[in-house]
Every structure is written in structure tokens, then in C-alpha cells.
Design a protein around this ligand. Structure first.
Ligand code: PMP
Length: 353
């Protein structure tokens, strides 16, 4: 607390990102990063962009990147907004589409940044409890509200929601915006990007941080009807017109054009995920069905928080949430085959002990 902060800043409850400790080399399975490198084309494009032109501002419209995305998704550039990571796209979306007079709906167990944005924007939240198996209760999301945000698949549970269910939620009220956060959709989920041509109240958000192996570059997208995209641009151009730097624009365009490479790495991650689930199930862990590059696990006999600390001592970082309903769960990112073997071995040792 400080006398120099204004009242709004006093009231903020900031998000706490997964730890990035520097004291030793850890196996990092705590922030859902991609264990494989960005495609060679991406690195070449970024290197090629390192030249004298860095003295000039980047394109505030990100026209080339939007054109590449439009081509890949069969949309028009007017359907696409680019942001500095999807967190920025989400924050701008909360500021653009939701209002303090009507609550925004999200699940009780979901990406914790939504609550932070709601708080920042002085919004009321209508928090919808997931059912006992951590599924989204579709009919509850069809009740009246000032907007909806759902990750598909959800985080940290990794479980997906069907396109038909999403359609129902969108159609329940054409006057409110429904945001589907597809940060993890490329690891086995079904994208609703094609539906933006059908529904003027649907905004789909994606990122290059996970599938694109570019968490360090900070690039996210929103897909929606031109009216929604124009709203996001009004907001962005009232804060910072140049959110995406020249190197990020070059690398992101190459990533969007190199889908084949990324499909292969995602398939590899899915295979590693299934193998990890098999091994953990043999040890008696319950694993929530995963469509993501992470898994959400619990064991009836072992305390998740204790396991989290013991794994950390062995140099393996996973994510533990001190939160009602999930305080005996761990979220584990899917790393490389070698990293997951080390994780499985460490867990087996702990469980035996
Ligand atoms: N949405 C969800 C559900 C996430 O888990 C994350 C990653 N923490 C993000 C969005 C943000 O990703 P980024 O800002 O790296 O694009």
C-alpha cells in the first residue's frame, strides 16, 4: 500500500504468474510452455527482421500478419485483431465488451486472470460452478448476463466443451458477447473460429504462446465480426497503438505460415500426454480428460500440496492452486519425452516412499 497509488490501484488483485525461479535448472512443467522450439522458419524470419528498420515504428495495423491469418482461417483481415499476447487481447476485450451494470459470467474453476480483469474493469462477476466432474454447465451459461467468457479447453482442468454447447450459449442472447478463449485448442480440441462468420456476438481468442512455441514473443489474436474488431481497435488506439513490435510481427507471420511443423509438434505432445496419463493412472492417479498440453491430476491417498513441494525439491516445477474444490489437484504441463520420464520417475519414487 502506498499513499501515491490511486484508489483503483489500491483495490486491484493482480494475477500471480507461474514461478520462473533462477536458483537452479528446473524441469519446468508449470506454465504450459511448448517443450519444442519454434519452427526454423520463425527463427530465420526474426533474425532477418533485425536490421536498421528497427528505428522505425512497427505497422500499428499488423496488416501482413492479419492477412496471413485471414488466409489460414478463411476469414477477412477485418475479422482479426492482434495483441501483445492473448492476455492483452483478453484485457482489451473485457474493457470493450463488458459493462458494470450487468455481470460477466465465468466458471468457478477457470483461468484466474478473468477475475482479475473483471476487478480491474469494476465489473460484477456471475461465477458459475463447474459440475462435479468439472464440466461446464451449459444451461447455466445460457441464463441472462452481460457477457460470457469460457476457455475451450478449460484451464486448469484441461477439459473441452462441444461446439454444439458453445452454439447454445451464443444463441441464448445475441445481445451479449461470448468470448471463447482457445489458448489450448490445438492439442485435441475443436475450434469455433469458423463460427465468427455466423454469429456477430462471438469473439474467439487464440495465442502463439502454446501451439506456436512462442510464449517469449508475446502474440495473441482475436477473431470476430468486423464490429467487434473495430471496438477492440478503438480501445487499443486509446492506450498504445504499437503493441506488436517488428520482430514479433515477422516471427508470428512465419509461425502462422508454418502450420505443418506445428501440427507435428502438437501430435508429439499429445502422444506424450497419453503416455503420461497411462503411467499416472497405473499409480492410482485420477486424471481429468485432457484436450490440452497439460493435465490436471489428483490422487486419493496423496496430498497434492505436499507432492508439489517434494517435486520442487527434486527440481521439477508443476502448478498447485490453493483454491476451493481443487486444493488436492496438480496441473502438469506436458514437456518433452525425457522431461516426462523424469517426472513420472520422481512421482513413482515419492508415491512408493
Ligand atoms: N488464456 C488461457 C486460458 C491461458 O492459460 C493463458 C496462459 N497463461 C492465456 C490465455 C494467455 O496466454 P498468452 O498471454 O501467453 O497469449
Amino acid at each position: 500500500m502506498s499513499k501515491y497509488w490511486n484508489e483503483r490501484v489500491h483495490k486491484l488483485e493482480p494475477y500471480v504468474p507461474g514461478e520462473q525461479p533462477k536458483d537452479k535448472r528446473y524441469i519446468k512443467l508449470n506454465t504450459n510452455e511448448n517443450p519444442y522450439p519454434p519452427s526454423p522458419g520463425v527463427l530465420a524470419a526474426i533474425k532477418a527482421a533485425v536490421d536498421d528498420s528497427l528505428r522505425l515504428y512497427p505497422d500499428p495495423e499488423a496488416a501482413d500478419l492479419r492477412a496471413a491469418l485471414a488466409e489460414r482461417f478463411g476469414l477477412s483481415s477485418e475479422n482479426i485483431f492482434i495483441g501483445n499476447g492473448s492476455d492483452e487481447v483478453l484485457a482489451f476485450s473485457f474493457m470493450t465488451f463488458f459493462s458494470p451494470d450487468r455481470p460477466v459470467m465465468f466458471a468457478d474453476i477457470t483461468y484466474s486472470f478473468y477475475k482479475v480483469y473483471a476487478n480491474l474493469c469494476l465489473l460484477q462477476a456471475d461465477v458459475i460452478p463447474l459440475d462435479d466432474s468439472f464440466k461446464m454447465p451449459v444451461s447455466a451459461f445460457c441464463e441472462p448476463s452481460g457477457g460470457v467468457i469460457i476457455p475451450n479447453p478449460n484451464a486448469p482442468t484441461a477439459q473441452g466443451i462441444s461446439i454444439e454447447s458453445i452454439r447454445k450459449i451464443i444463441e441464448a442472447d445475441p445481445d451479449r458477447v461470448v468470448i471463447i478463449d482457445e489458448a489450448y485448442v490445438n492439442f485435441g480440441g475443436e475450434s469455433v473460429v469458423p463460427l465468427v462468420k455466423e454469429y456477430p456476438n462471438l469473439l474467439v481468442v487464440q495465442t502463439l504462446s502454446k501451439f506456436g512455441a512462442l510464449a517469449g514473443l508475446r502474440v495473441g489474436f482475436a477473431f470476430g465480426a468486423p464490429e467487434l474488431i473495430q471496438g477492440l481497435n478503438r480501445l487499443k488506439n486509446s492506450i498504445n497503438s504499437y503493441t506488436i513490435d517488428r520482430l514479433a510481427l515477422a516471427g508470428a507471420k512465419a509461425a502462422v505460415e508454418d502450420t505443418e511443423y506445428y501440427k507435428r509438434t502438437a501430435e508429439h505432445i499429445i502422444r506424450t500426454r497419453e503416455h503420461t496419463i497411462e503411467k499416472l493412472s497405473e499409480m492410482g492417479f485420477k486424471v481429468i480428460p485432457s484436450e490440452a498440453n497439460f493435465i490436471f491430476i489428483t490422487h486419493p491417498q496423496y496430498d497434492a500440496e505436499a507432492l508439489f513441494h517434494q517435486l520442487r525439491e527434486k527440481g521439477i516445477l508443476v502448478r498447485y492452486f490453493h483454491q476451493p474444490r481443487i486444493s488436492n489437484y496438480l496441473r502438469v504441463s506436458i514437456g518433452s519425452d525425457e522431461e516426462m520420464e523424469a517426472f513420472i520417475q520422481a512421482v513413482a519414487d515419492l508415491v512408493k516412499a
